[in-house]
Write a protein that binds this ligand. Structure first.
Ligand code: KG4
Ligand code: ZN
Length: 358
């Protein structure tokens, strides 16, 4: 990020804008020079209903809807926090990864607002937002920790030693965990995004009804693979034919059990291998109740502390973007700049992020 501006003064008020996919999120976070920054207000508009008719996200529609939502949501958070626009010290936006057109809306608005207010901007990595979102909870973690990042597009295990110190220990070689939920749900006719629907249905089913594969469970490394699972679910669904309707809850429960078992076992292996005693779970799939229940039990037994984002902050939101910006600025106040170049990075590996040296 450009550093052509005086360092951000603390305490500071940070506006965060998220628009990487199908949720427009805006939030205000207040940060002191040290200590965990505090969320003042956040607002979200989900486009899920709009995309449902198409069975998935339509990028062009997503961009157009972000345009409609971002300023009203900004007014809403300012009103909720009792703040004026001029009180904003830094504007943060999601720079990537995500849909290029959608990202351009958030970055364009962020840069325009910052230029008009004569304030610096900071482009935030979406996954860093997810990763640091548990710091918004009542029980924030402390570095270092192992992070299980499970979203619709990513599945990674990481060693996290501080802001920007992200070492990838393992990741998916094909589909993400959220994708496995979504694709399996889709072929069971549960709509989009199917993760939450599949897990609700699974509560009424038998997780051992169908023996589905646990890909790479015994691979000895920390990588994941979920593409084969989706094929196995499809094969099972075809085999059931007309009986699928009656056995859907069992198939959902068995699918969820396969995904959760792999995520659980690999997370515990990562903790053992690193010797770390703290696990942070982040990303949309982190909202999954079975995953939480099983991780809680395994971590209790292994005497490991486990942290999650608040349930409503597991999926995409502006609070995590404002929070990640706040923590980056605390680590290096000159991380924000005034070049307003609003460049986006639709593809952006998390471990290429720099550690912000003060
Ligand atoms: O983190 P996120 O909002 O978006 C990305 O950055 O990708 O994650 C969305 C993913 C979707 O695949 C959705 O189906 C999944 O998270 N998800 C869930 C649950 N809630 C959201 N998967 C399983 N169980 C849930 N309760
Ligand atoms: Zn996300």
């Amino acid at each position: 990020m450009p550093t052509d501006t005086p360092a951000t003064a603390f305490p500071g008020l940070i506006l965060g804008i998220e628009s990487s996919c199908d949720e427009t999120g805006v939030a205000l976070v207040r940060a002191e020079a040290v200590g965990v920054p505090r969320l003042e207000a956040h607002a979200l508009h989900s486009q899920i209903e709009m995309h449902q008719a198409y069975g998935g996200v339509v990028p062009e529609l997503a961009s157009r809807d972000h345009i409609r939502r971002v300023l009203p949501l900004t007014r809403q958070v300012l009103a909720e926090a009792g703040r004026r626009l001029e009180e904003i010290d830094v504007v943060a936006y999601t720079r990537g990864p995500g849909l290029a057109g959608a990202l351009l809306v958030g970055s364009g608005v962020a840069c325009a607002l910052a230029a008009a207010l004569d304030r610096p901007v900071i482009g935030v990595h979406h996954l860093e937002g997810h990763l640091l979102s548990p710091f918004l909870s009542a029980d924030p973690p402390e570095f270092p920790f192992v992070a299980l990042l499970v979203s619709g597009g990513h599945t990674q295990l990481m060693r996290v030693d501080g802001v920007g110190c992200y070492q990838i220990l393992g990741e998916t070689i094909d589909d993400a965990a959220g994708e496995a939920f979504d694709k399996s749900a889709k072929l069971m006719g549960l709509g989009y995004p199917g993760g939450p629907a599949l897990s609700r249905l699974a509560e009424h089913g038998d997780p051992q009804a169908f023996r589905l594969p646990r890909p790479l469970l015994h691979s000895g490394d920390l990588d994941f693979s979920f593409a084969g699972l989706k094929t196995a679910v499809l094969t099972q669904a075809r085999k059931l034919g007309d009986a699928l309707e009656d056995r859907k809850a069992d198939l959902a429960a068995s699918t969820q059990a396969a995904i959760v078992e792999v995520l659980l076992k690999k997370s515990m292996t990562a903790l053992r291998q690193t010797g770390l005693r703290r696990l942070v779970v982040a990303g949309g799939v982190g909202a999954n109740r079975q995953l939480r229940t099983q991780l809680d039990a395994a971590c209790r037994q292994a005497r490991v502390r486990v942290h999650y984002p608040e349930l409503h902050l597991c999926t995409d939101n502006g609070a995590m973007i404002a929070m990640a910006a706040a923590m980056r600025l605390q680590a290096r106040p000159a991380s924000a700049g005034t070049l307003y170049s609003f460049d986006v990075r639709p593809r952006w590996p998390l471990d290429s992020l720099e550690r912000p040296e003060p």
